[in-house]
Ligand binder design. Structure first.
Ligand SMILES: [Zn+2]
Length: 781
């Protein structure tokens, strides 16, 4: 003991350090195992505890709780930099704020000079976000390894990072999921089900879709990240650490494959291309194998990329998964191609080849931490260049628009208009107050009081533009001229999704007084609905994101509902007791979007513990049929409609069933439908509206004699127009097949009815335009 103290004193004298730091704890000392060790996961409490100890021991780390998650856990962030930088965080925030919005630098003539001075002083702000997808466990574990090295290392390269960057580290964007996954993993450890995904959504409402909320901002975790990190710090680089499937490349890094959404600034594309290619080259030089760039993931939807519209590059990394924390062994022949590369062949998008073998959690954390430190190294070495790029994006954004260019959008007030306005406001977009706004005139046309003008010459005009305009997703073709299927959904036009009227306006605009800043507060619209019959939602053993979103919509509007499982539906469900002492009959059961086969069969036998397998099965089908025939209303959303057609033998055909993606594909697009407004389900709806179509069925009434009810029992409530292109925004392949076909039908069966939606009427809590159809269906008498 004594010798150690003497050595420490000597060391302090030698290095000239006057205040002794406490010993910096390693994650292993707090967890009892090293992150990356096989079959070991840390709980969220342990993660928070670790960061608290790090904060206490290190003068390079400031740890804070930003708010509470959906399930009440602390949502946290560590700010890591040199002690000198940490003492001046407010100054650096101010520099970021001015470079992000060059209008704040004063007169045009002197802006560049002032900006140059700020760029000399500023630091590269890097946000590292981990663990949004909770089964991708390497990510949140790596956050502790990254933090520990930054807090404890005396290496020159770490010192350079601390001096030149401010690292904002979010150990998990979804803390609730850390424990959901750990609890399931620990419970099944050593059983045949070790390494399986939990049989529940790892975010209470959105599951994997929590990474599709970066413009709708519906969830508290998204709101905290945007309000308290992005909008406060405007990071130049956002490193989002993920894991992909087990059988592809070992690591994906940007650049993203085509297409890039056209409102993403060119400088941002250059930024992630340069950084990603450099990181990939450095990792290859260090001996890492199986790295792909410019493949698999595109940069189309803003649902995943807030920073691309806020002057920061999004550096997605996707490391190959194991079985949660359990290792796996892969044969070379088992490696599978993804869009843009074949992991068995070297190519400009992939290499060097990884020959297969064991793949451990430790491999995952090694790829992740190596990539993260390379990224930080680039951010530190090229500090001024990152700040220059950041300023250039802001400067281009705020420049006055030339005659003939898009000047802005006028947004007319309407029912769900404030939902759209709130989104723009949260995304940092400026506009006149809808309450005391000016009146706008173009020529002789006067717009209604409360019309909002969103100008393009502002820092986040591009964010507004992408959400307000129609998407034209390009028709990409491979070498054989076959269509390339989009990676994700293709449309995000909020005026269509929310039934709000907008008008693009070319410069110059003649208006009363275009005030570019927001003044006054905005009140929310009251969206609570009328009293309804208590509906029940089917809760599959196999997690369904659409079910989660449905619960979120009902919870957020304080609408009560029951939940029915396979077990209850198999037993029959005429009367159900949602809470002690209350007996309520459900008149309505909603089956959320899920493949027909998953509904029927659930997890296959042996894949999960027996109580979770088997799906609805034949007994569940019978239970549901009895429910309808005795007077119930059964609502099927999107793909679930196929289950009803098949299992109830309805006189309907899904005309696009089984078609290859090269003939028909609708990956998530906004289509046009016409409504029969005489049906009570369409109450409050216009004659023409939208449908969010995503792997959706398309109905045709048949005269099949083997059907259980005659074709006359079918009433078409919505259909795709026969004489118009059904596509309004996004991408649709084989649109001709839809023309004149049904999108929403009612089939009477016995004393009850079945409602089939051939689309998602409450898509990710965004398609407010078709909410009335959804709510009307729930409250049909
Ligand atoms: Zn992920």
């Amino acid at each position: 003991m004594r010798t150690r103290i003497i050595t420490l004193l000597l060391l302090l004298l030698v290095t000239g350090v006057v205040t002794a730091q406490k010993k910096i704890p390693a994650p292993a000392e707090v967890f009892g195992f090293a992150p990356g060790e096989d079959r070991k996961l840390a709980s969220w409490d342990q993660i928070v505890d670790y960061f608290k100890q790090l904060d206490g021991a290190s003068d390079r780390v400031v740890f804070e709780t930003l708010g509470n998650t959906t399930m009440g856990k602390p949502f946290v962030m560590a700010t890591i930099s040199s002690p000198a930088n940490l003492a001046r965080l407010e100054e650096f925030k101010k520099i970021q704020d001015q470079l992000a919005d060059p209008r704040k630098l004063g007169p045009l003539a002197t802006r560049d000079r002032k900006a140059a001075e700020l760029m000399r002083q500023g630091k590269t702000v890097v946000l590292i976000t981990c663990g949004i997808h909770s089964t991708e466990v390497g990510s949140y574990l790596s956050s502790t390894l990254i933090a520990h090295r930054l807090a404890s290392s005396t290496d020159a390269d770490v010192q350079k990072i601390l001096d030149n960057t401010i690292v904002l580290l979010v150990p998990s964007l979804n803390p609730d999921g850390v424990d959901i996954v750990k609890n399931w993993y620990d419970k099944t450890l050593g059983t045949p089900f070790e390494g399986t995904d939990p049989p529940e959504l790892y975010h209470k409402y959105t599951g994997h879709d929590n990474n599709r909320d970066w413009y709708a901002f519906t969830q508290v975790e998204t709101q905290l990240t945007v309000d308290k990190i992005h909008n406060v710090w405007h990071p130049q680089i956002v490193h989002d650490i993920h894991q992909q499937g087990a059988f592809g490349s070992r690591l994906f890094l940007p650049p993203y494959m085509a297409p890039v959404e056209p409102n993403v600034p060119k400088a941002i594309v250059q930024g992630y291309t340069e950084l990603g290619n450099w990181m990939a080259a450095e990792m290859r030089a260090k001996g890492f194998e199986g790295i792909t760039t410019n493949s698999t993931y595109d940069a189309w939807t803003p649902a995943r990329a807030y920073s691309h519209y806020h002057a920061g590059v999004r550096m997605l990394s996707e490391t190959a998964s194991a079985r949660i924390a359990s290792p796996m062994t892969l044969k070379f022949e088992e490696l599978r191609s993804r869009e843009g590369y074949d992991p068995q062949k070297e190519s400009p998008q992939f290499g060097p080849v990884w020959r297969g073998g064991e793949w451990h959690l430790n491999d995952i954390t090694k790829y992740m931490t190596t990539a993260a430190f390379l990224l930080l190294d680039h951010a530190a070495t090229n500090r001024e260049q990152w700040l220059r790029r950041f300023y250039a994006v802001g400067k281009e954004a705020v420049r006055p628009r030339r005659p003939g260019e898009l000047f802005g959008f006028l947004i007319e007030p309407s029912k769900d208009f404030m939902s759209l306005i709130h989104i723009l406001e949260r995304g940092g977009v400026e506009f006149n107050s809808p309450k005391e706004g000016p009146t706008f005139k173009i020529g002789t046309r006067e717009f209604p009081a409360g019309t909002v003008l969103v100008r393009m010459d502002q820092p986040y005009g591009a964010f507004a533009k992408t959400l307000l305009e129609v998407q034209h997703y390009p028709n990409l073709r491979d070498a054989e001229k076959h269509p390339i299927a989009p990676y994700d959904v293709t449309a995000h036009t909020l005026p269509l999704l929310m039934n709000v009227t907008v008008h693009p306006v070319k410069a110059p605009l003649r208006s009363g007084r275009p005030t570019p800043t927001l003044s006054g507060s905005i009140e929310g619209t009251n969206t609570s609905g009328p009293n309804r019959n208590l509906p029940a939602i089917y809760h599959s053993s196999v997690p369904s994101q659409d079910e989660g979103w449905t619960r979120w919509i009902l919870d957020s509007q304080k609408i009560s509902y029951g939940v029915l499982t396979d077990k209850e539906l198999r037993a029959g469900i005429t009367v159900y007791k949602p809470s002690a002492g209350v007996t309520v009959k459900y008149y309505t059961i909603l089956i959320p979007d899920q493949p027909a086969r998953t509904l029927l069969e659930g997890y296959r036998t042996g894949a999960m513990p027996p109580e979770l397998t088997g799906g609805l099965g034949p007994e569940g089908v019978k239970g549901l049929r009895d429910f309808v025939e005795t007077g119930g209303t059964l609502i099927f959303l999107n793909r679930a409609s196929n289950f009803a057609i098949e299992q109830f033998k309805l006189p309907l055909r899904n005309v696009v069933a089984g078609l290859p993606r090269t003939d028909f594909y609708v990956p998530g697009s906004i289509l046009r439908i016409k409504l029969d407004t005489s049906h009570p389900l369409t109450s409050g709806m216009p004659e023409e509206t939208i449908a969010w179509a995503e792997d959706s069925p398309v109905f045709e009434v048949t005269n099949d004699p083997s059907a259980t009810v005659p074709a006359t029992n079918v009433r078409v409530i919505a259909s795709y127009p026969a004489d118009k292109d059904p596509l309004l925004s996004g991408w649709l392949l084989g649109g001709e097949l839809l023309k004149g076909k049904a999108a929403l039908v009612e089939v009477t069966m016995g004393k009850g009815r079945v409602i089939l939606f051939g689309f998602r009427p409450q898509y990710r809590a965004q398609s407010l335009a078709t909410y009335p159809l959804f709510f009307n269906a729930l409250s049909l008498k």
